[in-house]
Design a protein around this ligand. Structure first.
Ligand SMILES: [Zn+2]
Ligand SMILES: [Zn+2]
Length: 527
């Protein structure tokens, strides 16, 4: 009896340790691993080039507008309000985009969006887990180097992302108040000038493009705000003129090196006082916002006043050559959600670029769906219902992206006109008119043509409505697809994840608690 009691206690002790051990292991697994895995999704999808096989129609673009080298200069926090002189100087061969964001305008968040084409994630200070535009450049065979402050990009780039640059030169611009933009080039006396010459020489002779990041302007806007409480930004405005003074010579320089694309940008405007409260980096209204100037003598002058910062990665990618043998193809960052806002010479190219953006989103959607399929039973039914709901929309988008070429559009217009029996029978002349409309780049031109011609034969009106329908379909598709992907991305906070996890496993958890308490109850009675 004595002996048996001893064995029973020993037995119960081992059991107890074992069960507690199992509970701890399961607890750690379910408490951290699984919800965490869910939480970080869908950023973990492995990037894959959409145009890898390059047989798709929408991967081909007007190659005379693409470049195998670039010089990309950012002046952080120089408001569009103040760059009139700079814009006028470059405007005869520039694509100008005034950029906006409806989300947080902190530099880190903006650059995350700019470089990846994904939405910023509410100041999480998480490192990104997807391809950046510099990775895309590398994939296209371009070499890039980085010069400037590293501390902003360093918040979200991992060491793997930094490997996309062949060289990195860190110049922290916080330690003292600099006067000149890009002080490592323009403030360091002879040394700075030599440094700049070396970078320019590397682009020309070594085919190493460069990204130069100046934070001086951002420091000045905050200094101005502190000093004048938002009433006066005179020093910021003066700095924008210094930007012009330092780099206006680049216009002639690029004209002499027309194989290089020049990109000059700022991410946001200055702080604003709204109802006695500071709106960091401004509201984006009244031209107090970010901007981009893409300059090359081959580009025709065009300007867009409304570009969402989500579209920057896709748009810039389209101006980059994808390698010596791949004339006219485009590579867009793998997880990009933005629309390519290219102001190309031909509207059909514009549509192709948009189709490719959509294709990369379709890829993301498919990967998201596959991930959910492979994820076992947890919340599976709920997610599969969502997938069913979305599949109709997504399949329509897929049809549009992969099947309906721009040439089918002109055919469908023609068919419809034949059915209408409107008496128009000169097919050659008709096709020419349709071609003009589809190739036209400007919506204003389309509208005025349609207005002029609508009364006489009704053709332009019809063609315009078809063209606009396709265009709208592309725009809306992007939004719909994004919403479809977003649905899988909920819940977004850790607490929500734990709560839904608790809900899902409520019965199992209750059962486990009952079993465990029963075990302790029995054990104590034996003791
Ligand atoms: Zn900034
Ligand atoms: Zn700032």
């Amino acid at each position: 009896m004595q002996n048996s009691k001893h064995i029973s206690r020993l037995h119960s002790k081992t059991c107890c340790v074992l069960i507690i051990g199992i509970i701890v292991v399961i607890g750690i697994f379910s408490g951290f691993m699984f919800p965490q895995f869910y939480y970080i999704f869908p950023l973990g999808i492995t990037p894959k080039p959409i145009c890898a096989n390059q047989s798709l129609e929408f991967c081909q673009i007007n190659s005379s507008q693409q470049f195998s080298k670039y010089i990309w200069m950012i002046t952080d926090g120089t408001s569009y309000e103040y760059i009139e002189k700079l814009e006028n100087h470059f405007s005869d061969h520039a694509k100008v985009f005034v950029t906006h964001t409806e989300r947080i305008r902190y530099s880190v968040e903006l650059y995350k969006t700019w470089f990846t084409g994904t939405l910023n994630d509410r100041m999480s200070y998480k490192k990104i887990d997807c391809e950046t535009i510099f990775g895309t450049f590398k994939r296209s065979g371009l070499k890039s180097s980085y010069i400037g402050a590293k501390y902003v990009q360093g918040i979200f780039l991992t060491s793997k992302h930094w490997e996309d640059f062949v060289s990195i030169e860190d110049h922290d611009q916080q330690k003292k108040q600099h006067v000149q933009p890009w002080p490592f080039f323009f403030e360091d006396g002879n040394e700075g000038q030599q440094r700049f010459d070396k970078y320019l020489d590397d682009v020309v002779n070594q085919d190493i493009s460069f990204f130069a990041y100046s934070t001086v302007s951002d420091h000045i806007i905050h200094k101005d705000f502190t000093a004048y409480k938002g009433r006066n930004f005179s020093e910021s405005a003066e700095h924008a003129v210094l930007v012009y003074d330092r780099i206006n010579f680049m216009k002639q320089w690029i004209d002499d090196h027309p194989d290089i694309l020049l990109i000059i940008q700022s991410d946001h405007g200055h702080d604003e006082m709204i109802d006695y409260r500071c709106e960091p980096h401004g509201t984006g209204l009244h031209n107090n916002t970010g901007w981009q100037i893409l300059y090359n003598p081959r580009l025709s002058p065009e300007k867009s006043l409304e570009m969402e910062s989500l579209d920057i990665a896709a748009t810039i990618s389209n101006y980059i050559k994808t390698g010596p043998d791949n004339d006219g193809y485009i590579n867009i960052p793998a997880n990009n959600l933005g629309i390519a806002r290219n102001l190309f010479e031909r509207a059909s190219d514009n549509l192709r670029a948009k189709k490719q953006s959509l294709a990369s989103m379709l890829y993301l959607y498919d990967e998201t769906k596959n991930e959910w399929m492979n994820r076992g039973m947890w919340r599976k039914n709920q997610i599969l219902n969502l997938i069913d709901e979305r599949s109709v929309i997504v399949n329509n988008i897929r049809k549009f992206v992969y099947n309906e070429s721009i040439y089918d559009v002109s055919n469908s217009i023609q068919d419809e006109l034949n059915i209408d029996e409107n008496g128009y029978n000169n097919e050659g002349q008709f096709s020419e008119q349709i071609k003009q409309i589809i190739d036209s780049n400007s919506e204003t031109v389309l509208k005025s043509k349609a207005f002029e011609e609508a009364e006489s034969n009704g053709i332009y009106k019809k063609a315009l409505s078809h063209y606009k329908h396709i265009k709208e379909q592309a725009e809306n598709a992007n939004v719909q697809l994004f919403q479809a992907i977003k649905t899988f991305d909920i819940p977004t906070s850790q607490r929500e994840v734990y709560w839904s996890y608790l809900n899902t496993y409520f019965l199992q958890i209750l059962l486990a608690v009952v079993l465990i308490s029963q075990f302790f109850f029995v054990d104590m009675k034996v003791m």
